[in-house]
Ligand binder design. Structure first.
Ligand code: ADP
Ligand code: MG
Length: 371
C-alpha cells in the first residue's frame, strides 16, 4: 500500500463498482444537481463506474444497505450531509455479517447543509493546511479523492441509549448548546451551511444552562492491562462487545473520572476534526486516532466569551482562547446523565431519545475513502 504522510492507505480495486446514495432533500435540495454538475464527469473520466441511488424517504438507505448484496459493491458513497452516512453505517452494523459489511469502503460527497465528515476528510488529505474549502470547492476535493480511491480506517463510536438501543456514530455526540443549534437551525436549511452560524446567534440570545452528570475514561499513555475489565455490555445482534461500558444502570468503574461540575452550557464528544465546514473543532484529530475528543463548557461563561470560542473555532483557535469554562479531554468512553428534564441530544447531528447515554470508541472499525 502506498504511504502518504505517515499514514498507510489501501487502494480501491480497479475497476471498482461504486454505489452512490443521494438524498435529494439534503442541504438546499440540490444534491442531485450538484452531483450531475460537478462529479459525474469527473468519475467518468477516472473510469469509476457507479450506480446512482436516490433515496425516497428517511431510512431508505439504512434498509437498503442492511439487505444489499455487498459482494456487488467495492464502495458505498454518500452524496448528502452527515445524516445519510449515519443511516448507512447503522444499516451495515445491523447486519448479521456486520464485521465484513462495515469493512466496505465508505465515501462522502458533500451535498448537505451539515458536511462535517467531508470537511474533515478534506482536512486529513492535507489540502486544508492553508484554507478550508466550502461548497463546490469542497465537493470537487471530495470527488477527486473518490477518483484516487485511497482507503484508510475510521473509528466508530458505539452509543447506548436509555431504551437499551445501541447506535454507531462516526462524528459526534452532543448535548446542550451544540445539539440545540443543530436542531433549531433545521428551519434555516434553505440557506445552506450558514444555518449553523444563524442558529448559534439565535441560541446565544437565549443561552441556557443544563444540569447533568458527566464521567469519562481518559486516554492514558501508560500501558493498559492486557485484558480489559470484563464489564462487557453485550449489544444486540452480535455486533461488537462494548468491553469498557457497564450497564447504564450500574455505576461507572473506579478508573473513570467523574466531572465535579454539574451545570453545563454544552457537552460535545467528537471524533473527526470538523463539526461543520467552518468549525475546526479538534486540531489534532485523525479519522483513526482511537480517541473520543470530549469538550465541555461549564455554566458561568458569558455570551461574548462563548461567541468568541465559536468564532475562533473556524481556525481551530478556541483552545488557545484561555477560556476557563472550556475543558478538553481525550477519552475512550464516557457517560452523560442529563438531570434537566428537557433537552436535546444528537448523534452525528440526528436527534436521539433524551436521557442517559454512554459511549465507547471502537478503533478502526470502519473504512473511509480519504487522502
Ligand atoms: P443535511 O446536512 O442537509 O441535514 P442529511 O444527509 O443530514 O443532510 O439528511 C437530513 C435528513 O434527511 C437525515 O435525517 C436523513 O436520514 C434524511 N433523509 C435521507 N434521505 C431522505 C429522503 N429521501 N427524504 C427525506 N429525508 C431523507
Ligand atoms: Mg444532517
Amino acid at each position: 500500500a502506498p504511504i502518504g504522510g505517515g499514514v498507510v492507505y489501501a487502494e480501491l480495486r480497479r475497476p471498482c463498482r461504486v454505489m452512490i446514495l443521494v438524498n435529494p432533500h439534503s442541504g438546499r435540495g440540490q444534491a442531485l444537481q450538484l452531483f450531475t454538475g460537478h462529479v459525474r464527469d469527473m468519475l467518468a473520466e477516472a473510469a469509476v463506474p457507479h450506480t446512482l441511488v436516490i433515496t425516497e424517504h428517511q431510512n431508505h438507505a439504512r434498509e437498503l444497505v442492511r439487505k444489499a448484496d455487498l459482494s456487488q459493491w467495492d464502495a458505498l458513497v454518500i452524496m448528502s450531509g452527515d445524516g445519510l452516512l449515519f443511516e448507512v453505517i447503522n444499516g451495515l452494523m445491523e447486519r448479521e455479517d456486520w464485521r465484513e459489511a462495515i469493512q466496505t469502503p465508505l465515501g462522502i460527497l458533500p451535498g448537505g447543509s451539515g458536511n462535517a465528515l467531508a470537511a474533515s476528510v478534506h482536512h486529513y488529505s492535507g489540502e486544508a493546511e492553508v484554507t478550508s474549502a466550502w461548497n463546490e470547492e469542497l465537493l470537487l476535493s471530495c470527488g477527486f479523492m473518490l477518483c484516487k480511491g485511497l482507503v484508510r480506517s475510521m473509528d466508530l463510536v458505539s452509543i447506548h441509549l436509555a431504551s437499551r438501543r445501541r447506535l454507531f456514530s462516526f462524528l459526534s455526540l452532543a448535548w446542550g448548546f451544540v445539539s440545540d443549534v443543530d436542531v433549531e437551525s433545521e428551519r434555516y436549511r434553505h440557506v445552506g451551511a450558514i444555518r449553523f452560524l444563524m442558529g448559534t446567534l439565535v441560541r446565544l440570545a437565549s443561552l441556557r444552562v443544563y444540569q447533568g452528570r458527566l464521567a469519562y475514561l481518559p486516554v492514558v499513555e501508560a500501558p493498559t492491562p492486557a485484558r480489559p475489565e470484563t464489564l462487557a455490555c453485550q449489544g444486540t445482534a452480535g455486533a461488537p462487545e462494548d468491553s469498557l461500558l457497564p450497564g447504564l444502570d450500574q455505576p461507572v468503574p473506579e478508573s473513570w473520572t467523574v466531572v465535579r461540575e454539574e451545570d453545563f452550557v454544552l457537552v460535545l464528544a467528537i471524533y473527526q476534526s470538523h463539526l461543520a465546514e467552518d468549525l475546526w473543532t479538534v486540531p489534532g484529530a485523525l479519522a483513526d486516532d482511537g480517541a473520543i475528543h470530549l469538550f465541555y463548557v461549564t455554566a458561568g461563561i458569558s455570551r461574548p466569551a462563548l461567541l468568541r470560542l465559536f468564532l475562533a473555532m473556524e481556525k481551530g483557535g478556541h483552545l488557545a482562547c484561555g477560556c476557563p469554562h472550556l475543558v478538553y479531554e481525550k477519552v475512550k468512553a464516557l457517560r452523560l446523565e442529563p438531570v434537566s428534564p428537557q433537552g436535546m441530544i444528537t448523534v452525528d447531528g440526528e436527534v436521539v431519545e433524551y436521557g442517559p447515554v454512554q459511549a465507547q470508541i471502537h478503533p478502526g472499525l470502519a473504512r473511509l475513502i480519504c487522502g
